[in-house]
Design a protein around this ligand. Structure first.
Ligand SMILES: [Zn+2]
Ligand SMILES: [Zn+2]
Length: 269
């Protein structure tokens, strides 16, 4: 089978294991069934901005042209540092965007991908967020009315818990396991008074299995801009990564790249 189109990241169905689909243009290709097979991913030397479709030489922030990177609210620094939201100063890049994506309820959560970490996400988007980071367990611990407030609580909690994932460790399935409920219960008394009313005491843990037949022991990466043809056996999918026998590739990072994907079914003897 061969498919051609512009890479647009993954979508998921939250089953056991998670069912991943790779988005090529508007087509979602279920790809768990590709695991165990030889894949060829070929970069067809065309990159387009995932927002405005302009033809570009390189992307910014996983798929955008430079003007969209500079202009769009979703590419502003306050998206990755929500406690630095500047809406109240009247300098938000797009107030409509802010009303839809920022001034709405957000969860602060604990998750385990490479180890326990704290993060935040828009309420309703949490399963996507957790699978995107390759989490195996996650639990919301607070619900805040805005992204900025969630950012402030997250920032406070980073004194006690990391907010980063070690993606190599995550891909090797070597996460440090902790009891999320215990970690949560240890954190709650440390939360300042202003955030106490927003804590969630009775949430349940979500668990995720990512499809794979093997864990890699060394992590090397493929880069489509340097290696335009990748030919390797797919052994798993986790977070935004295809995991092959010889290296891994962050498919989201190459959003906007036009590729052909060929699946060479062959029978193991
Ligand atoms: Zn653009
Ligand atoms: Zn903002």
């Amino acid at each position: 089978m061969q498919y051609v189109g512009m890479l647009r990241g993954f979508t998921h169905q939250y089953e056991k294991p998670v069912q991943y689909s790779l988005k090529l243009d508007k087509t979602e290709l279920p790809c768990n069934e590709w695991i165990g097979q030889q894949l060829e991913i070929k970069f067809l030397d065309e990159i387009r901005c995932i927002h405005c479709n302009r033809k570009i030489k390189k992307t910014y922030n996983s798929g955008y042209c430079y003007p969209c990177f500079i202009d769009l609210a979703e590419n502003d620094l306050c998206i990755v540092k929500p406690h630095e939201c500047h809406f109240s100063q009247g300098t938000c890049r797009n107030e409509q965007f802010a009303h839809t994506y920022c001034m709405v309820p957000h969860y602060v959560y604990l998750s385990i991908s490479s180890g326990v970490k704290v993060g935040l996400t828009r309420k309703g988007n949490q399963s996507k967020r957790w699978v995107d980071q390759g989490a195996i367990q996650a639990i919301p611990i607070a619900e805040l009315p805005t992204r900025q407030m969630a950012g402030e609580l997250e920032f406070e909690l980073t004194q006690h818990v990391r907010d980063k994932t070690d993606w190599r460790k995550m891909l090797k399935d070597q996460a440090d396991l902790v009891e999320l409920l215990e970690t949560r219960d240890e954190l709650f008394p440390l939360v300042t008074q202003r955030f106490q009313p927003f804590l969630i005491h009775d949430a349940i843990i979500s668990e995720f299995q990512h499809p794979k037949i093997n864990s890699p022991d060394k992590i090397k990466t493929y880069d489509l801009s340097k290696t335009p043809i990748i030919k390797d056996r797919l052994i798993g999918i986790k977070g935004n990564y295809f995991i092959f026998d010889h290296a891994v590739i962050n498919m989201r990072k190459f959003s906007g790249y036009k590729v052909s994907i060929t699946i060479e079914e062959h029978i193991n003897e």
